[in-house]
Design a protein around this ligand. Structure first.
Ligand code: SF4
Ligand SMILES: [Zn+2]
Ligand SMILES: [Zn+2]
Length: 460
Protein backbone atom coordinates (compact mmCIF):
# COMPACT_ATOMS: atom_id res chain seq x y z
CA UNK A 1 0.00 0.00 0.00
CA UNK A 2 1.08 3.56 -0.73
CA UNK A 3 -0.22 6.90 0.49
CA UNK A 4 0.27 10.04 -1.54
CA UNK A 5 0.49 12.38 1.43
CA UNK A 6 0.22 15.55 -0.65
CA UNK A 7 -1.48 16.03 -3.98
CA UNK A 8 -3.63 18.57 -5.78
CA UNK A 9 -5.99 16.37 -7.75
CA UNK A 10 -8.93 18.75 -7.47
CA UNK A 11 -7.70 21.02 -10.27
CA UNK A 12 -8.40 21.30 -14.01
CA UNK A 13 -5.21 19.35 -14.81
CA UNK A 14 -7.09 16.14 -14.07
CA UNK A 15 -10.45 17.07 -15.54
CA UNK A 16 -9.83 15.10 -18.73
CA UNK A 17 -8.71 11.77 -17.28
CA UNK A 18 -9.63 11.73 -13.61
CA UNK A 19 -10.93 8.14 -13.59
CA UNK A 20 -7.93 6.87 -15.54
CA UNK A 21 -5.60 8.71 -13.16
CA UNK A 22 -7.26 6.97 -10.20
CA UNK A 23 -6.98 3.65 -12.04
CA UNK A 24 -3.26 4.11 -12.61
CA UNK A 25 -2.84 5.05 -8.94
CA UNK A 26 -4.68 1.90 -7.87
CA UNK A 27 -2.47 -0.19 -10.18
CA UNK A 28 0.58 1.39 -8.55
CA UNK A 29 -0.74 0.46 -5.10
CA UNK A 30 -1.84 3.95 -4.01
CA UNK A 31 -4.81 3.54 -1.71
CA UNK A 32 -4.98 6.94 -0.02
CA UNK A 33 -4.68 10.48 -1.33
CA UNK A 34 -4.39 13.56 0.85
CA UNK A 35 -5.88 16.19 -1.42
CA UNK A 36 -4.63 19.59 -0.31
CA UNK A 37 -7.28 22.29 -0.29
CA UNK A 38 -5.69 25.59 -1.29
CA UNK A 39 -7.94 28.33 0.03
CA UNK A 40 -11.61 27.88 0.88
CA UNK A 41 -12.54 27.15 -2.75
CA UNK A 42 -9.81 24.56 -3.12
CA UNK A 43 -10.79 23.01 0.19
CA UNK A 44 -14.42 22.71 -0.97
CA UNK A 45 -13.27 21.00 -4.17
CA UNK A 46 -10.98 18.66 -2.21
CA UNK A 47 -13.79 17.83 0.19
CA UNK A 48 -16.17 17.06 -2.66
CA UNK A 49 -13.67 14.48 -3.94
CA UNK A 50 -13.22 13.13 -0.42
CA UNK A 51 -16.96 12.66 -0.09
CA UNK A 52 -17.14 10.83 -3.41
CA UNK A 53 -14.03 8.66 -3.25
CA UNK A 54 -13.29 6.50 -0.19
CA UNK A 55 -9.48 6.82 -0.33
CA UNK A 56 -9.42 10.59 -0.70
CA UNK A 57 -9.08 12.85 2.34
CA UNK A 58 -8.93 16.64 2.29
CA UNK A 59 -7.19 19.54 4.00
CA UNK A 60 -7.93 23.26 4.18
CA UNK A 61 -5.68 26.25 4.56
CA UNK A 62 -4.49 29.53 3.11
CA UNK A 63 -1.36 28.96 1.06
CA UNK A 64 1.48 31.42 1.75
CA UNK A 65 1.22 32.67 -1.85
CA UNK A 66 -2.32 33.85 -1.05
CA UNK A 67 -1.54 35.31 2.36
CA UNK A 68 -2.11 38.92 1.32
CA UNK A 69 -5.43 38.24 -0.41
CA UNK A 70 -7.07 36.07 2.26
CA UNK A 71 -10.15 37.63 3.80
CA UNK A 72 -11.78 37.08 7.17
CA UNK A 73 -14.66 35.29 5.49
CA UNK A 74 -12.20 32.89 3.87
CA UNK A 75 -10.62 32.09 7.23
CA UNK A 76 -14.00 31.48 8.77
CA UNK A 77 -15.05 29.27 5.83
CA UNK A 78 -11.88 27.24 6.33
CA UNK A 79 -12.62 26.91 10.04
CA UNK A 80 -16.10 25.58 9.21
CA UNK A 81 -14.82 23.19 6.55
CA UNK A 82 -12.33 21.72 9.03
CA UNK A 83 -15.23 20.31 11.06
CA UNK A 84 -15.87 17.69 8.40
CA UNK A 85 -14.61 14.22 9.42
CA UNK A 86 -12.72 13.79 6.13
CA UNK A 87 -10.89 17.08 6.68
CA UNK A 88 -7.68 15.73 8.14
CA UNK A 89 -5.30 18.69 8.42
CA UNK A 90 -4.79 22.42 8.34
CA UNK A 91 -2.75 23.16 5.25
CA UNK A 92 -0.97 23.87 3.29
CA UNK A 93 0.21 26.78 5.36
CA UNK A 94 3.67 28.19 5.83
CA UNK A 95 6.21 30.56 4.39
CA UNK A 96 7.49 30.84 0.83
CA UNK A 97 10.34 33.26 0.23
CA UNK A 98 11.01 32.04 -3.30
CA UNK A 99 9.97 35.04 -5.36
CA UNK A 100 7.89 36.38 -2.44
CA UNK A 101 4.56 36.05 -4.22
CA UNK A 102 2.99 37.51 -1.09
CA UNK A 103 4.81 40.03 1.11
CA UNK A 104 6.56 38.40 4.05
CA UNK A 105 4.77 40.60 6.54
CA UNK A 106 1.48 39.12 5.27
CA UNK A 107 2.78 35.54 5.17
CA UNK A 108 3.96 35.49 8.76
CA UNK A 109 0.67 36.35 10.54
CA UNK A 110 -1.31 34.15 8.12
CA UNK A 111 0.96 31.23 8.97
CA UNK A 112 0.69 31.85 12.69
CA UNK A 113 -3.04 32.24 12.87
CA UNK A 114 -3.40 28.93 11.06
CA UNK A 115 -1.01 27.28 13.50
CA UNK A 116 -3.45 28.55 16.13
CA UNK A 117 -6.32 27.11 14.12
CA UNK A 118 -4.61 23.71 14.08
CA UNK A 119 -4.23 23.86 17.83
CA UNK A 120 -7.84 24.86 18.25
CA UNK A 121 -9.19 22.11 15.98
CA UNK A 122 -6.72 19.45 17.14
CA UNK A 123 -5.73 18.74 13.52
CA UNK A 124 -2.16 18.33 12.27
CA UNK A 125 -0.56 20.88 9.97
CA UNK A 126 0.80 20.55 6.45
CA UNK A 127 3.62 23.06 6.21
CA UNK A 128 4.77 24.49 2.91
CA UNK A 129 8.24 25.93 3.28
CA UNK A 130 10.28 27.18 0.38
CA UNK A 131 13.59 28.92 0.98
CA UNK A 132 12.19 29.83 4.37
CA UNK A 133 13.37 26.98 6.61
CA UNK A 134 15.03 29.31 9.10
CA UNK A 135 11.97 31.53 9.40
CA UNK A 136 9.66 28.54 9.87
CA UNK A 137 12.03 27.10 12.44
CA UNK A 138 12.19 30.42 14.29
CA UNK A 139 8.39 30.66 14.29
CA UNK A 140 7.99 27.18 15.73
CA UNK A 141 10.75 27.79 18.27
CA UNK A 142 9.11 31.01 19.44
CA UNK A 143 5.78 29.25 19.90
CA UNK A 144 7.47 26.33 21.70
CA UNK A 145 6.13 22.85 22.33
CA UNK A 146 5.68 20.00 19.92
CA UNK A 147 3.63 20.20 16.78
CA UNK A 148 1.88 17.38 14.90
CA UNK A 149 2.27 17.74 11.18
CA UNK A 150 4.45 17.38 8.15
CA UNK A 151 7.06 19.49 6.38
CA UNK A 152 5.76 18.84 2.89
CA UNK A 153 8.03 18.71 -0.18
CA UNK A 154 10.99 19.25 2.10
CA UNK A 155 13.76 21.24 0.47
CA UNK A 156 15.98 22.06 3.45
CA UNK A 157 19.09 20.34 4.73
CA UNK A 158 19.33 17.06 6.62
CA UNK A 159 20.23 18.97 9.80
CA UNK A 160 17.13 21.15 9.46
CA UNK A 161 15.01 18.05 8.83
CA UNK A 162 16.32 16.56 12.08
CA UNK A 163 15.38 19.73 13.97
CA UNK A 164 11.83 19.73 12.55
CA UNK A 165 11.52 16.07 13.53
CA UNK A 166 12.64 16.95 17.05
CA UNK A 167 9.68 19.34 17.16
CA UNK A 168 7.33 16.45 16.38
CA UNK A 169 6.96 16.90 12.63
CA UNK A 170 7.38 14.37 9.86
CA UNK A 171 9.42 15.12 6.76
CA UNK A 172 7.91 14.49 3.35
CA UNK A 173 10.08 13.39 0.45
CA UNK A 174 8.80 14.49 -2.97
CA UNK A 175 9.52 13.29 -6.50
CA UNK A 176 12.39 15.75 -6.81
CA UNK A 177 14.46 13.13 -4.95
CA UNK A 178 14.91 11.55 -8.39
CA UNK A 179 16.23 14.75 -10.03
CA UNK A 180 19.88 14.74 -11.05
CA UNK A 181 20.56 18.05 -9.31
CA UNK A 182 18.68 17.22 -6.09
CA UNK A 183 21.56 15.88 -4.05
CA UNK A 184 20.34 17.77 -0.98
CA UNK A 185 16.95 16.03 -1.05
CA UNK A 186 18.71 12.69 -1.47
CA UNK A 187 20.84 13.54 1.54
CA UNK A 188 17.67 14.26 3.56
CA UNK A 189 16.18 10.96 2.39
CA UNK A 190 19.37 9.13 3.43
CA UNK A 191 19.61 10.81 6.81
CA UNK A 192 15.96 10.86 7.92
CA UNK A 193 14.68 7.69 9.62
CA UNK A 194 11.79 6.24 7.61
CA UNK A 195 9.80 6.22 10.85
CA UNK A 196 9.72 10.00 10.59
CA UNK A 197 9.12 10.16 6.86
CA UNK A 198 6.18 10.32 4.49
CA UNK A 199 6.23 10.51 0.70
CA UNK A 200 4.26 12.63 -1.73
CA UNK A 201 3.90 13.63 -5.34
CA UNK A 202 2.63 17.23 -5.01
CA UNK A 203 0.74 16.39 -8.23
CA UNK A 204 0.33 17.93 -10.74
CA UNK A 205 3.71 19.54 -10.01
CA UNK A 206 7.23 18.12 -9.75
CA UNK A 207 6.90 14.83 -11.63
CA UNK A 208 9.78 12.50 -10.74
CA UNK A 209 12.20 11.15 -13.31
CA UNK A 210 11.61 9.80 -15.92
CA UNK A 211 8.48 11.98 -16.17
CA UNK A 212 10.17 15.23 -15.19
CA UNK A 213 8.54 18.21 -16.85
CA UNK A 214 5.27 16.37 -17.50
CA UNK A 215 2.11 16.50 -15.41
CA UNK A 216 2.63 14.62 -12.18
CA UNK A 217 0.04 12.22 -10.77
CA UNK A 218 -0.37 10.13 -7.60
CA UNK A 219 0.69 6.85 -9.26
CA UNK A 220 4.21 8.28 -9.38
CA UNK A 221 4.50 8.20 -5.60
CA UNK A 222 5.67 4.66 -6.25
CA UNK A 223 8.79 6.09 -7.89
CA UNK A 224 9.44 8.15 -4.77
CA UNK A 225 9.17 5.05 -2.59
CA UNK A 226 11.53 3.18 -4.91
CA UNK A 227 14.04 6.02 -4.79
CA UNK A 228 13.92 6.18 -0.99
CA UNK A 229 14.30 2.40 -0.76
CA UNK A 230 17.37 2.49 -3.00
CA UNK A 231 18.93 5.38 -1.08
CA UNK A 232 18.47 3.68 2.26
CA UNK A 233 19.11 0.06 1.30
CA UNK A 234 15.58 -0.87 2.35
CA UNK A 235 13.05 -2.91 0.43
CA UNK A 236 10.28 -1.14 -1.45
CA UNK A 237 7.71 -2.94 0.72
CA UNK A 238 9.29 -1.64 3.90
CA UNK A 239 9.33 1.97 2.70
CA UNK A 240 5.75 1.66 1.46
CA UNK A 241 4.48 0.09 4.68
CA UNK A 242 6.27 2.42 7.09
CA UNK A 243 5.54 5.67 5.24
CA UNK A 244 1.90 4.65 4.75
CA UNK A 245 1.46 3.96 8.45
CA UNK A 246 3.12 7.29 9.28
CA UNK A 247 0.79 9.19 6.98
CA UNK A 248 -2.37 7.38 8.11
CA UNK A 249 -1.49 7.87 11.78
CA UNK A 250 -0.71 11.53 11.25
CA UNK A 251 -3.95 12.23 9.43
CA UNK A 252 -6.02 9.96 11.67
CA UNK A 253 -7.11 7.65 8.84
CA UNK A 254 -7.97 4.13 9.95
CA UNK A 255 -7.12 1.30 7.59
CA UNK A 256 -8.20 -2.25 8.45
CA UNK A 257 -5.12 -3.82 6.87
CA UNK A 258 -2.80 -1.56 8.86
CA UNK A 259 -4.60 -2.33 12.08
CA UNK A 260 -4.29 -6.10 11.69
CA UNK A 261 -1.64 -7.51 14.02
CA UNK A 262 1.26 -9.36 12.39
CA UNK A 263 2.30 -12.83 13.55
CA UNK A 264 5.54 -12.76 11.57
CA UNK A 265 7.60 -9.93 10.14
CA UNK A 266 10.86 -9.84 8.25
CA UNK A 267 13.88 -7.69 9.04
CA UNK A 268 16.70 -8.09 6.58
CA UNK A 269 17.18 -11.84 6.09
CA UNK A 270 15.62 -12.86 9.40
CA UNK A 271 12.00 -13.67 10.14
CA UNK A 272 10.58 -12.57 13.49
CA UNK A 273 7.71 -14.36 15.21
CA UNK A 274 5.30 -12.39 17.36
CA UNK A 275 3.95 -14.90 19.90
CA UNK A 276 2.46 -12.43 22.33
CA UNK A 277 2.16 -8.76 23.19
CA UNK A 278 2.04 -9.58 26.90
CA UNK A 279 5.04 -9.22 29.15
CA UNK A 280 6.04 -9.66 32.77
CA UNK A 281 8.00 -6.41 32.69
CA UNK A 282 7.24 -2.82 31.80
CA UNK A 283 10.55 -1.44 30.56
CA UNK A 284 10.65 2.32 30.58
CA UNK A 285 11.81 2.51 26.95
CA UNK A 286 9.40 -0.10 25.59
CA UNK A 287 6.52 1.06 23.35
CA UNK A 288 4.74 -2.27 23.93
CA UNK A 289 1.67 -0.71 25.50
CA UNK A 290 1.60 2.59 23.64
CA UNK A 291 2.64 1.93 20.05
CA UNK A 292 3.76 -1.65 19.48
CA UNK A 293 4.91 -1.05 15.93
CA UNK A 294 8.09 -2.30 14.29
CA UNK A 295 8.90 -1.43 10.71
CA UNK A 296 5.30 -0.49 10.09
CA UNK A 297 4.02 -3.85 11.39
CA UNK A 298 1.48 -3.75 14.16
CA UNK A 299 2.57 -6.19 16.88
CA UNK A 300 -0.29 -5.29 19.19
CA UNK A 301 -1.68 -8.80 19.24
CA UNK A 302 -4.80 -9.16 21.42
CA UNK A 303 -4.49 -12.23 23.65
CA UNK A 304 -7.40 -13.91 21.87
CA UNK A 305 -5.45 -13.68 18.59
CA UNK A 306 -2.16 -15.12 19.87
CA UNK A 307 -1.11 -17.76 17.35
CA UNK A 308 -1.10 -21.50 17.96
CA UNK A 309 2.01 -23.48 16.94
CA UNK A 310 0.17 -24.56 13.78
CA UNK A 311 -0.51 -20.92 12.94
CA UNK A 312 3.10 -19.99 13.60
CA UNK A 313 4.34 -22.74 11.31
CA UNK A 314 1.89 -21.73 8.60
CA UNK A 315 2.88 -18.07 8.85
CA UNK A 316 6.60 -18.89 8.65
CA UNK A 317 6.29 -21.25 5.68
CA UNK A 318 9.63 -22.75 4.66
CA UNK A 319 11.94 -21.53 7.46
CA UNK A 320 15.11 -22.28 5.52
CA UNK A 321 14.39 -19.19 3.38
CA UNK A 322 15.51 -17.07 6.33
CA UNK A 323 18.90 -16.61 7.93
CA UNK A 324 17.16 -17.25 11.25
CA UNK A 325 13.72 -17.39 12.79
CA UNK A 326 13.53 -15.22 15.90
CA UNK A 327 10.92 -15.37 18.63
CA UNK A 328 10.70 -11.74 19.57
CA UNK A 329 8.08 -9.00 19.31
CA UNK A 330 6.87 -6.53 21.91
CA UNK A 331 6.10 -9.17 24.48
CA UNK A 332 7.87 -11.95 26.37
CA UNK A 333 7.74 -15.24 24.43
CA UNK A 334 8.38 -17.41 27.51
CA UNK A 335 4.98 -16.38 28.87
CA UNK A 336 3.68 -18.86 26.33
CA UNK A 337 6.23 -21.54 27.11
CA UNK A 338 4.36 -24.63 25.80
CA UNK A 339 3.53 -22.93 22.49
CA UNK A 340 7.03 -21.45 22.24
CA UNK A 341 8.70 -24.82 22.77
CA UNK A 342 6.46 -26.65 20.32
CA UNK A 343 6.81 -23.97 17.61
CA UNK A 344 10.59 -23.70 18.03
CA UNK A 345 11.04 -27.47 18.08
CA UNK A 346 9.07 -27.94 14.87
CA UNK A 347 10.90 -25.08 13.13
CA UNK A 348 14.25 -26.52 14.17
CA UNK A 349 13.23 -29.92 12.87
CA UNK A 350 12.32 -28.22 9.57
CA UNK A 351 15.88 -26.95 9.26
CA UNK A 352 15.62 -23.43 10.71
CA UNK A 353 18.19 -21.60 12.77
CA UNK A 354 16.11 -20.53 15.76
CA UNK A 355 16.75 -17.69 18.19
CA UNK A 356 14.85 -16.60 21.26
CA UNK A 357 14.91 -13.00 22.41
CA UNK A 358 13.93 -12.97 26.06
CA UNK A 359 14.14 -10.86 29.16
CA UNK A 360 15.51 -13.88 31.04
CA UNK A 361 12.80 -13.83 33.71
CA UNK A 362 11.33 -17.18 32.63
CA UNK A 363 12.46 -19.00 35.77
CA UNK A 364 10.80 -16.41 38.00
CA UNK A 365 7.69 -16.57 35.85
CA UNK A 366 7.34 -20.34 36.03
CA UNK A 367 8.78 -20.88 39.52
CA UNK A 368 11.24 -23.47 38.21
CA UNK A 369 14.28 -23.81 36.02
CA UNK A 370 12.89 -23.84 32.49
CA UNK A 371 16.28 -23.78 30.75
CA UNK A 372 16.53 -27.59 30.24
CA UNK A 373 13.28 -27.32 28.22
CA UNK A 374 15.10 -25.13 25.70
CA UNK A 375 17.59 -27.84 24.74
CA UNK A 376 17.55 -28.86 21.10
CA UNK A 377 15.02 -26.18 20.18
CA UNK A 378 17.11 -23.02 20.01
CA UNK A 379 20.46 -22.19 18.46
CA UNK A 380 20.80 -18.79 20.08
CA UNK A 381 19.37 -17.00 23.11
CA UNK A 382 19.53 -13.20 23.32
CA UNK A 383 18.89 -12.03 26.85
CA UNK A 384 18.35 -8.37 27.74
CA UNK A 385 20.92 -7.52 30.37
CA UNK A 386 20.00 -3.84 29.95
CA UNK A 387 22.43 -2.56 32.57
CA UNK A 388 25.29 -3.67 34.79
CA UNK A 389 23.64 -2.10 37.79
CA UNK A 390 21.01 -4.21 39.68
CA UNK A 391 19.32 -1.15 41.18
CA UNK A 392 19.02 0.47 37.75
CA UNK A 393 17.76 -2.85 36.35
CA UNK A 394 14.80 -2.74 38.73
CA UNK A 395 14.07 0.85 37.72
CA UNK A 396 14.29 0.13 33.99
CA UNK A 397 12.44 -3.20 33.96
CA UNK A 398 9.60 -2.63 36.44
CA UNK A 399 8.96 -6.37 36.52
CA UNK A 400 5.94 -8.27 37.79
CA UNK A 401 8.15 -9.67 40.58
CA UNK A 402 8.73 -6.83 43.01
CA UNK A 403 10.96 -7.78 45.90
CA UNK A 404 12.61 -10.60 43.94
CA UNK A 405 16.24 -10.39 42.89
CA UNK A 406 15.27 -9.90 39.25
CA UNK A 407 18.77 -9.06 38.06
CA UNK A 408 20.26 -12.09 39.82
CA UNK A 409 17.51 -14.37 38.49
CA UNK A 410 18.09 -13.12 34.94
CA UNK A 411 21.85 -13.80 35.18
CA UNK A 412 21.24 -17.20 36.70
CA UNK A 413 18.85 -17.96 33.83
CA UNK A 414 21.56 -16.95 31.35
CA UNK A 415 24.21 -19.14 33.01
CA UNK A 416 21.94 -22.16 33.15
CA UNK A 417 20.70 -21.62 29.61
CA UNK A 418 24.32 -21.84 28.44
CA UNK A 419 24.30 -25.51 29.46
CA UNK A 420 21.45 -26.26 27.05
CA UNK A 421 21.71 -23.75 24.19
CA UNK A 422 24.82 -23.44 21.97
CA UNK A 423 25.00 -19.66 22.08
CA UNK A 424 23.79 -17.27 24.78
CA UNK A 425 24.25 -13.55 24.26
CA UNK A 426 23.62 -10.76 26.74
CA UNK A 427 22.51 -7.49 25.22
CA UNK A 428 22.23 -3.87 26.34
CA UNK A 429 20.94 -0.76 24.68
CA UNK A 430 23.80 1.51 23.77
CA UNK A 431 23.20 5.15 24.61
CA UNK A 432 20.58 4.54 27.29
CA UNK A 433 21.22 7.08 30.07
CA UNK A 434 23.28 5.69 32.91
CA UNK A 435 24.09 2.39 31.22
CA UNK A 436 27.76 1.49 31.39
CA UNK A 437 28.31 -0.61 28.30
CA UNK A 438 31.88 -1.58 29.26
CA UNK A 439 30.63 -2.87 32.62
CA UNK A 440 27.91 -4.85 30.82
CA UNK A 441 30.56 -6.44 28.64
CA UNK A 442 32.58 -7.39 31.74
CA UNK A 443 29.53 -9.06 33.32
CA UNK A 444 28.99 -11.11 30.17
CA UNK A 445 32.64 -12.13 30.08
CA UNK A 446 32.68 -13.01 33.79
CA UNK A 447 29.74 -15.33 33.20
CA UNK A 448 31.28 -16.90 30.11
CA UNK A 449 28.67 -15.35 27.84
CA UNK A 450 28.82 -13.32 24.64
CA UNK A 451 27.78 -9.67 24.59
CA UNK A 452 26.09 -7.49 21.97
CA UNK A 453 25.26 -3.83 22.20
CA UNK A 454 21.87 -3.00 20.76
CA UNK A 455 21.24 0.25 19.03
CA UNK A 456 17.93 1.93 18.39
CA UNK A 457 18.62 0.84 14.90
CA UNK A 458 17.27 2.05 11.62
CA UNK A 459 15.39 -0.90 10.27
CA UNK A 460 16.06 -2.86 7.24
S1 SF4 B 1 10.99 -7.15 28.50
FE1 SF4 B 1 10.93 -6.58 26.31
S2 SF4 B 1 8.76 -6.66 25.73
FE2 SF4 B 1 8.85 -6.66 27.98
S3 SF4 B 1 8.60 -4.53 28.54
FE3 SF4 B 1 10.80 -4.94 28.42
S4 SF4 B 1 11.42 -4.42 26.31
FE4 SF4 B 1 9.17 -4.56 26.36
ZN1 LIG C 1 3.43 23.35 -1.23
ZN1 LIG D 1 0.91 21.55 -2.43
Amino acid sequence: MLVDSHCHIDGPEFAGDFAEMLGRAADAGVRYFICIGVGADGARRALRLAEEIPGVYATAGVHPHDAAAATESEFSAIRDLLRHPKMVAVGEIGLDFHGDRAPRDAQQPTFERQLDLAQETGKPVVIHCREAEEAVEATLARRGGRLRGVMHCFGGTAAQAARFIARGLLVSIPGTVTFKNAERTREVARATPVEQMVIETDSPYLAPAPFRGRRNEPAHVRLVAEAVAALRGLSFDDVARVTSRNALELFGVRDPEMEKASIVYQIRGALYVNLTNRCNAGCVFCPRATRPVIKGHNLGLPQAQEPTPDEVLAAVGDPTRFSEVVFCGFGEPTLRLPELLESAGRLKAAGATVRLNTNGLGNLQWGRDITPDLAGKFDVLSISLNTANPAQYEKIMRTDFPGADNFGAMLEFARRARLHVPQVVLTALDGFPGVDIAACERIAAANGLAFRRRVYDELG
